[in-house]
Structures are given as structure tokens and as C-alpha cells.
Design a protein. Structure first.
Lengths: 528, 313
């Protein structure tokens, strides 16, 4: 087709559009893609059904219907361009926000109570005297990852029958293509990858894995090549909502989303399940004395860090921009190219590099200045270290934007100031600075909001540390986001609920700050 | 980190033009009173350069320092060797080439997807009139106020489950991480791209329509070509940003062989061996900085232009 830029102007009457006929190959590609979507969706639906996610099948169906309606009909042309982004936006940004909010009102566990009970019961399977022993091979489905794929037991019963079991139950294994050793252990079965000893040892989930068979009993592995059928020694009584250990007679009751011994003696079961706790997480932040004082400390430092970062980088960047704002200065472009290098280097490199430069014993900073400051071990020195590193990596940005803003200040304004008798200092203070601040103001707010959540700088430079000996969960340079990260992803008991609550608090703080910048955004009124 | 403020600020930047610039972007005269000579400016500029460059010089000399430990690293090296690079490429416990490939792959998938999806949406917002258009644009802007980063707990739990259903997209996979990065595709660039798309005359579309071109044909063969400069720029900005992303990468990628450069280099710089591994770390840090710096310098003009004058609007 021609771009038609040179064609004479269209006739005065509104142009009559030919109904466009897409080329054959485009039609084929389109329908093939739609067919592929349906096939993939079917496969996903079966996988979802296997794993028991009913709700998600409905969501999947709605998404597929939307795709089919939008792309197979001629209606709603804008939607054809918006749908992919919209699906990703809803699924990966809006949905996680909703999930974060709902996690903040739970105790942060990930499994349900029913799953917990099943796991405890299965885990308690003990061998009954005289029960049959199977020859065992441990396998995963062919094509799935040996380290993470669902486990399968390939079993040969004492009478030679072949069985396959997973976490749902036991079924017969077709004998075709199965290779066994003399002892009866299966070494090969079509559709399965048999794990070797090293791979089995790497599977930590094997310890709690059992194939359920009839009423409460299950098949568990003993060693690598034998399995027994045994009985669950712990049973759940729905009426009283208790667990009972039939071997010891111990009764367990529900307390704090887990089962604890009724008489208080002995150990509780480690598994916890998800439970709504209302505003408890927020309450903890506001009332728990150790968390509250730490939280306020973090909050104060977080604000100070973001504000000081913006102020220091802006002052240095602006001074440099004023310095270079002289057309008589030769070689400006070379200076500029070199000065922006700190900003161009990936942030993680900068943070890690400064971390080693601040090393007390061998670091460059101490050896150049002949100081012996414990930069990363002293609370105040660590704060200074972070600000210095952030000054280094942030000033080129401020240099660039002030340079741009300075160049866009009309020269007649300066002329007018000069005619009115203003000296250079007065011009700078009364003319240039106000104009400059108006121009870069929104960018300073954006920079503040960014630094407020500058995770990678703090995490990679100090890790939030140094930590006081009396409170090891809250570091002296922690930002709210590194604190939330530590709550969720380090230590033995991740508290996703509290971490999500902290995230929501950050949400609100950032939203309030952004609102200020948002109101100044003239583009809001310019949507056209 | 380099691009975050840029993407956040892009819409905000348009105020500037309205308030100050009138296209008279002439370089302003320096204040006369400070003397006719400029030597003192050169003097201060050199001080600024020393401040800006000494860590980089230190990184380079550490990378080429033969002894390769932190305590022997110096600002000005006494000898030169490639031994750090040799160890870097031959360390089976720390597969730098794999990390590098992972980083490139995930940044490419993310950036390409972001630009393509952003361009599609910008085409709709710029060229079509439909119900909910204004509302859609504004809610995109609002949604951008909430850093996607903050939902990391939910994303982690979500992808742990997705991994059960589709192992290829779960935790520990580069594809899964790339998918997460695509979540921000709509918000990140649509405003910027729409502004540029608006500058392409609508008469071109009309003419093509008269010639019988469908909307898809106009988009793929005309609009995408005419807006190629801004598409390339946004691609590079996204690429740099995703290449440097650390938080999500560090929680998603736990296996050594699936990590990105950032996560891998971090694992080299913690623990007891950080002193011994410093030369190797410096070599790796230098290697992964070079492409990013090169990309950045090539788009620097557009970034600054877009930020300060709102010229893309």
C-alpha cells in the first residue's frame, strides 16, 4: 500500500471508506493465534482442575471469552489494542494490590486449615505390624523438574502388582514398558522420570509425603526403595475441632491458627494455617512497644533519607549546572558526558561498589582520607555512607534536569533584569531560582517518592544494618521497604501478613506525597 | 535505578514548557560580573570530575588488578592483568555468563513487551475515541503512583502458585520474572507514547483509510514506523531499568543458574569470601556496566529533552 502522503487532498465530502479486506495470511495468522489461545487455555484449565483451583478456572474462562469476543468480531476496535495490556495490568498489578491488602488482614500463612489437617494426618502414618511392604521407586512426571515436580511413588506390591501413587491416591500402573530389577523395584516406567539417590535426597518434601490409601491410612517411604502401608496415628474430630493422637492419647486443640496440646504438655504441631486477624497487624505496628519504637525510628530516617537525598543531589547538581551554564566554557560536552557516568552505571553496581569502598579495614574511602571510620558498623556513619553514595549516583540526574531547565529560561527575562539594574547575584536569587524551581519542582517530588522506596541502594549497601544488639529485627539504616522485605523473606518464620501491612502503610505515604505532585500536573487538564 | 524517576516524572514534566519555555532555548549568558576568564570554571569542573570518576577508576583498576582481593585494590594500579576476567568466566560456582544471559533475556523480554503493549495502547488512546478513554488514561496515571514494587509479597505468593500450574513460569524462572515486568507495561509508557503519537498528523491515517487500509495495517505499517524514534528510546529506557532491577529479581530467582547479574554479583559481595572475590566481582561489575552505560549515553539526549521541555508531548 502507499502511505498516500502525496495524494491530492481528500474530496470535500467526508471520505467514503472502502471496507478493508485483510490479506489472507493475516486472517490465517489471526485465527491460528486464537485457536492457540483456546488450546492453551484448555490445558491450563485441566491443570487448574487437577490442583483444585476452581475459582481460577472461572477467571480463565472469562479472560478467554473476552479475547475471543474482542478479536473474532469486528466490534470494539480500541479493545483490540488495549486488551493485552489490560489483562496484564489487572493480573499483575491490580490483583497483587488486592492480594496485598487482603494478606495484610491475615496472619500471613499460605495454607488452609483443611490442608494443614491433611498434612498432619498423612505425616503421622505409622507402620502397622504385619502390613504389606512395597518395593518403591520415587519419580516425577516426565518433563517436569526433578527438583520441584510433583512426587509419584512407583510401587510393586508383594504379589507383584504395579501401582502408582501421588498425593491424591493410588492407581494401577500399566505394565507396558515398565522395567524392573530382580527384586521388583521399578527402574523405568513410561511417562515418568525415576529419581536417583542424590535427587531424592535433595527433595525435602519427601519427609512429609504420603500416598493416601483407604480410610486414614497411607503409604510412606522407608529409605529409598521400600514403602509401607500404615495407619494415621493422628485423627481429626470435626465435631470438637480437635486432633487426637491414637497412640499416646494426646488431644490437640486449636489455638492461634495451629494445633497445640490440650493439657499444655508436649510439642504443638508446627504447621499453621491462614486466618483472618482483622486489624491486628496494623495494631501490632502501632502498639507493640518494640515494633512501634523501631517503626517510628525507621519512618523518621526514611523521611530524612529521602529529603536529604533530594536536597544534596539537587544542590550539587544545580551548582554544577550553573557552573557549566556559560557559553564561553570550552569542552562542555566532554565534561557533561563524563559527569553523567555515575547515573548511567546500573544501580546495583554502584551500591555494591560503594559498600566495598566503605569497608573499614581495606576500603578506599578510609585509605584515601586516612580515617578509621567504621562506616558500615556505626549507625551514624552508615547513614552518612548511604547519603554519600546516593549523592554520587543521584547528582548527575539533577545536573541534567537543571541544565535543561536553565537553558529553557528565556534570555529576555535576564535582559530585563539587567536593565532594571540587578546584579548577577540578584538575578540568580530573584529571577533564575524561582523559574528553576517551578520547572523542576514536580521532578523533585518524583525524586523524593522514588528515594522513599530506594530499596536496592540501602539493601545492597548496608542491608539495613548496623543492628542494635537489643533489637536485631530493626536496623539503623532500614527504610520501610527494606524492613518489610526482611519481615517477609528472611529469618525462619516469614511474616507475610505484617510485611503486607507495612507495604500498605508505604502505599498511603507515597499516595499522599504523589497527590501533591499530581495536583501540579497540568497534563491532567490537557487530556485530549 | 537510573530510569525510575524519569518514568514517574514523564507526565509531570509537561508543566515546564507551559510555564517557562517558548522555544527560545538559547544558551544563556554567564553572569558577567564573575570575570571575563573562565579558568576558574575549568578548575571547579575538574574537581567535579574527580568526584564523579574516582569510584569508576577504582572499579576499573580493581578489575585489572592481578592480586584480585579487596585489601590489595588501589585507586591507581601498579600492574595490569586479565586474571580476574579469567576466573570470572571459569568459576563453575558463579556462572557469570549464564547470569549475564539471564539479565539480557529478562530485560529484553520485559522491555520489548512493554514497548509493544504500550504502543498498542497508545495507538488506541491517540487515534480512537471511545467511552472510558479519558477515565482510562487518568486511572493509568493514578495506578502509576503506586509502586508495583510494594506488592512483592503478593507477587511472590502468586508466582509460587503459578509455578505449580505452569512450571515454566513459576519462581526461579527467567520467563516468570519477565512476565512480572510486563505487568507494568500499560502504565509505564502509555502517556509518553501517546504524546508522541499525537504529533503524527491524523491526515496520514485518513489518507491511508481512503486508500483502503485497515486499522491494523495503518498501525503496523505506518504508525509504528513513523514513531520508531520514540519506540527505540522507550525500549532502551525500559531495558536499562529492567537490567538494573534488583528487588523482584532477588526474591524470584533463588537458584544460582537462574539468577540475573545483579543478584549474582550481590551473592559474590556478601559472606566470608567477599574480600577474596573482590577482583572477580569488579571484573563482572565492569562488564555489565559497559552495555548499560553505552545504551544510556545513546539515549541521554532524548531522556533529558523529554524530562525538561516536555517536547514529546
Amino acid at each position: 500500500m502507499s502511505l498516500a502522503t502525496k495524494t491530492p487532498p481528500a474530496p470535500a465530502s467526508p471520505p467514503t471508506y472502502h471496507s478493508p479486506k485483510p490479506p489472507l495470511w493475516a486472517v490465517i495468522v489471526k485465527w491460528a493465534a486464537l485457536a492457540l489461545v483456546v488450546v492453551v487455555a484448555f490445558y491450563l484449565a485441566t491443570r487448574l482442575a487437577d490442583e483444585g483451583y476452581g475459582l481460577y478456572i472461572v477467571i480463565l474462562a472469562i479472560v478467554v471469552m473476552a479475547v475471543l469476543v474482542v478479536y473474532s468480531t469486528r466490534r470494539s476496535i480500541p479493545m483490540k489494542y488495549l486488551l493485552p495490556g489490560l489483562i496484564l495490568l489487572l493480573g499483575l498489578q491490580v490483583w497483587p494490590i488486592i492480594m496485598t491488602v487482603s494478606t495484610a488482614f491475615t496472619n500471613g500463612q499460605t495454607i488452609t486449615k483443611a490442608e494443614t489437617i491433611t498434612a498432619i494426618e498423612r505425616n503421622s502414618v505409622r507402620e502397622v505390624a504385619g502390613a504389606p511392604r512395597y518395593k518403591l521407586s520415587i519419580a516425577v512426571k516426565e518433563g517436569s523438574d526433578v527438583a520441584t515436580g510433583n512426587l509419584f511413588f512407583l510401587l510393586t506390591s508383594p504379589d507383584g502388582a504395579l501401582k502408582v501413587g501421588d498425593e491424591k491416591g493410588l492407581s494401577d500402573l500399566p505394565a507396558d514398558g515398565v522395567v524392573k530389577t530382580d527384586s521388583g523395584k521399578i527402574t523405568k516406567a513410561p511417562g515418568f522420570t525415576v529419581l536417583n539417590a542424590r535427587q531424592i535426597n535433595a527433595r525435602k518434601d519427601l519427609a512429609t509425603f504420603a500416598v493416601p490409601s483407604t480410610d486414614g491410612s497411607g503409604i510412606k517411604a522407608v529409605g529409598l526403595s521400600e514403602a509401607f502401608e500404615g495407619r494415621a496415628t493422628v485423627t481429626y474430630d470435626e465435631a470438637s475441632d480437635t486432633l487426637k493422637n491414637t497412640a499416646t492419647g494426646q488431644v490437640y486443640v486449636v489455638k492461634d491458627a495451629r494445633f497445640v496440646p490440650q493439657d499444655g504438655k508436649g510439642q504443638a504441631f508446627p504447621q499453621k494455617w491462614v486466618e483472618n486477624v482483622g486489624f491486628k497487624n496494623f495494631q501490632t505496628i502501632l502498639t507493640d512497644s518494640s515494633i512501634r519504637s523501631g517503626f517510628l525510628k525507621i519512618f523518621a530516617w526514611n523521611i530524612a533519607f529521602a529529603a536529604l537525598s533530594v536536597i544534596t543531589t539537587f544542590i550539587l547538581g544545580m551548582l554544577l549546572a550553573l557552573l557549566f551554564n556559560d557559553e564561553r566554557l570550552k569542552g562542555k560536552s566532554y565534561y557533561r558526558a563524563l559527569l553523567v557516568l555515575p547515573y548511567a552505571i546500573p544501580g546495583f553496581v554502584t551500591s555494591l561498589l560503594w559498600a566495598s569502598m566503605f569497608n573499614q579495614d581495606y576500603g578506599l574511602v578510609n585509605s584515601l582520607t586516612h580515617l578509621d571510620v567504621d562506616w558500615l558498623g556505626n549507625p551514624w556513619a552508615a547513614k552518612a555512607a548511604i547519603l554519600i553514595a546516593n549523592l554520587w549516583l543521584g547528582f548527575p540526574y539533577m545536573f541534567l534536569i537543571t541544565t535543561g531547565a536553565l537553558q529553557s529560561i528565556p534570555s529576555d527575562v535576564r535582559e530585563a533584569a539587567k536593565i532594571d539594574g540587578a546584579g548577577p547575584a540578584r538575578t540568580l536569587r530573584s529571577i533564575i531560582m524561582p523559574l528553576l524551581l517551578v520547572a523542576v519542582g514536580p521532578l523533585l517530588i518524583a525524586s523524593f517518592a522514588f528515594n522513599f522506596n530506594n530499596f536496592s541502594l540501602v539493601y545492597l549497601l548496608t542491608g539495613g544494618g548496623p543492628f542494635d544488639s537489643d533489637n536485631t529485627s530493626i536496623g539503623n539504616t532500614d527504610l520501610l521497604i527494606t524492613y518489610a522485605f526482611r519481615l517477609a523473606f528472611s529469618g525462619t518464620s516469614p511474616d507475610y501478613g505484617l510485611a503486607a501491612a507495612v507495604s500498605i502503610i508505604i502505599f498511603f505515604i507515597v499516595a499522599i506525597m504523589s497527590y501533591a505532585g499530581f495536583r501540579r500536573t497540568a497534563s491532567l487538564e490537557e487530556v485530549n | 535505578m537510573s530510569t525510575e524517576p524519569a518514568s514517574l516524572a514523564a507526565p509531570a514534566a509537561t508543566t515546564i514548557r507551559a510555564k517557562t519555555a517558548h522555544g527560545t532555548a538559547t544558551t544563556a549568558q554567564g553572569p558577567r560580573g564573575l570575570g571575563r576568564s573562565v579558568w576558574w570554571r575549568h578548575g571547579l569542573a575538574v574537581v567535579a570530575l574527580i568526584w564523579a570518576l574516582f569510584p569508576i577508576v577504582f572499579l576499573i583498576s580493581a578489575a585489572f588488578n592481578p592480586s584480585g582481593t579487596l585489601n590489595s585494590a588501589e585507586l591507581i594500579p601498579k600492574s595490569f592483568s586479565m586474571s580476574n576476567f579469567d576466573t570470572l568466566f571459569n568459576d563453575p560456582a558463579r556462572p557469570f555468563t549464564t547470569w549475564f544471559k539471564n539479565s539480557l533475556l529478562v530485560a529484553f523480554i520485559g522491555a520489548f513487551g512493554q514497548v509493544f503493549i504500550g504502543a498498542c495502547a497508545a495507538y488506541a488512546f491517540s487515534r480512537m475515541r471511545f467511552k472510558g478513554r479519558r477515565g482510562g488514561l487518568l486511572s493509568l496515571l493514578l495506578l502509576q503512583m503506586f509502586p508495583a514494587l510494594l506488592t512483592f509479597v503478593a507477587l511472590y505468593l502468586m508466582f509460587a502458585k503459578i509455578g505449580d500450574i505452569i512450571p515454566a513460569l513459576g519462581l526461579n524462572t527467567v520467563l516468570g520474572l519477565g512476565l512480572v515486568y510486563l505487568g507494568g507495561a500499560m502504565g509505564a509508557n502509555v502517556w509518553l507514547l501517546k504524546g508522541y503519537f499525537d504529533t503524527v498528523p491524523r491526515e496520514l491515517d485518513e489518507a491511508a483509510k481512503v486508500d483502503g487500509a485497515s486499522h491494523a495495517r495503518i498501525f503496523f505499517t505506518m504508525i509504528l514506523r513513523l514513531t520508531m524514534p520514540i519506540l527505540v528510546t522507550t525500549f532502551m529506557i525500559s531495558f536499562i531499568g529492567l537490567f538494573s532491577e534488583f528487588l523482584l529479581a532477588s526474591i524470584f530467582l533463588q537458584d544460582v543458574s537462574s539468577q540475573t547479574v545483579g543478584v549474582g554479583l550481590y551473592s559474590m559481595s556478601i559472606g566470608n569470601e567477599k574480600n577474596r572475590l573482590f577482583g572477580q566481582f569488579a571484573a563482572g561489575a565492569l562488564l555489565c556496566s559497559i552495555p548499560v552505560v553505552a545504551l544510556y549515553l545513546s539515549v541521554q539526549k532524548q531522556i533529558v529533552g523529554g524530562l525538561t521541555t516536555g517536547s514529546v508531548k
